[in-house]
Design a protein around this ligand. Structure first.
Ligand SMILES: Nc1ncnc2c1ncn2[C@@H]1O[C@H](COP(=O)(O)OP(=O)(O)O)[C@@H](O)[C@H]1O
Ligand SMILES: [Mg+2]
Length: 343
């Protein structure tokens, strides 16, 4: 019998589980993790969904550091606020050291805006994902239980967005440095004022040394700030290489056999493929039974139509169907039934 999910989990180092909210991403990620851990390979399940429910499913508190869920199976829920604070704290400390005193207010203003700016939260999640992948022990499987559709593909585009953010920060500082210095008549004002209205340097005059020195200083400062910010981008680029390496990373799309989850899964597959990620398996969860009364049998027929639509749109993907279970999926016992259906 084909066992696409467990085979995939054996072959890769990093799996992403994604799909619409409520389809069973956390349940499938946990069941897959449990089944692999039972073969002897250590597994870390990482929830990146801001609406974490890994802890609820396992009925224990799971935080930003790994906790044991079962033998060889650990779980972690990413806390983007903590990562954002750490990152912005490091950037702020560097900028404080490098920028003139009178620009500290400007630095604070920019970083306070950055905390709530679009992308900051996602950058923090990405940073934590990168950290987890970098620190992965060589034999471990990492399963990311992701936020609903769209999220992961945006993460892949982030290194470029971060570049724009870095450049914006540096440009803004340049402007403030010039205006600030020119207005206050502080050191370097001759250069800054001259630069504002076009160069007025006189050949052979002493003032020509000043501008060059100021320029050198600014270039050195920018370079150091860029190094700090670039370190993060470099990390993101390395992560992206791992994510786009189909021998190491795969994406598992989870869907329910209903109209919207099916449409979203097709869209998600398209986005991921465009981002260079390998969508390696499809799970259709909560399939109604054909032999448990007329209502469910009718539902099953409707679902059959959606499964057909899904497999017609994504013909190359191996499909694993999981039946609708009578109870809630809770704890290791609750996951047993799911594990049995993974093959
Ligand atoms: N095959 C299944 N049969 C019955 N209930 C399920 C099944 N899979 C998941 N559930 C339940 O559906 C709800 C949503 O599952 P969850 O894994 O939290 O979804 P997601 O992480 O995609 O939001 C949970 O209450 C879970 O117990
Ligand atoms: Mg979930």
């Amino acid at each position: 019998m084909a066992r696409p999910l467990t085979d995939l989990a054996r072959q890769r180092d990093v799996l992403f589980v994604g799909g619409k909210g409520g389809v069973g991403k956390t349940a499938v990620a946990s069941a897959l993790g449990l089944s692999v851990a039972r073969t002897g390979r250590p597994v870390l399940v990482v929830s990146t969904d801001p609406a974490h429910n890994l802890g609820h499913l396992w009925q224990r508190t799971v935080g930003d550091s790994p906790v044991d869920l079962a033998p060889r199976l650990r779980g972690l829920e990413i806390d983007p606020a903590r990562t954002t604070d750490e990152h912005l704290g490091a950037v702020r400390a560097t900028l404080r050291r490098l920028m003139a005193d009178h620009l500290q207010g400007e630095v604070d203003k920019h970083l306070d805006l950055a905390r709530d700016a679009p992308g900051t939260h996602e950058a923090a999640v990405l940073e934590r994902i990168a950290e987890v992948v970098e620190q992965r022990p060589s034999e471990e499987l990492v399963i990311f239980d992701t936020a609903p559709s769209g999220h992961t593909t945006r993460l892949i585009a982030l290194p470029e967005l971060m570049q724009a953010w870095t450049e914006g920060l540096l440009r803004r500082q340049d402007r403030s440095a010039r205006f600030g210095a020119a207005l206050r008549g502080l050191e370097g004002a001759d250069y800054d004022a001259a630069e504002l209205i076009g160069s007025r340097r006189l050949p052979g005059s002493g003032t020509s040394i000043g501008p060059r020195r100021t320029q050198d200083r600014r270039a050195r400062r920018d370079e150091e700030i860029r190094t700090v910010l670039d370190r993060r981008q470099h990390r993101f680029r390395q992560l992206r290489e791992v994510l786009q390496d189909r021998s190491r990373t795969g994406f598992v799309v989870v869907a329910a056999a209903e109209r919207l989850p099916v449409l979203e899964s097709i869209e998600l597959h398209e986005q991921l493929t465009r981002s260079g990620m390998d969508v390696a398996a499809l799970v259709v969860n909560k399939r109604s039974p054909a032999d448990a009364g007329e209502l469910l049998a009718t539902r099953r027929q409707v679902e059959d139509g959606y499964v057909a639509q899904l497999t017609a749109a994504l013909p190359a993907l191996p499909v694993t169907e999981i039946p609708l279970l009578p109870g809630e999926v809770l704890g290791e016992n609750g996951l047993e039934a799911l594990v049995a259906h993974l093959g």
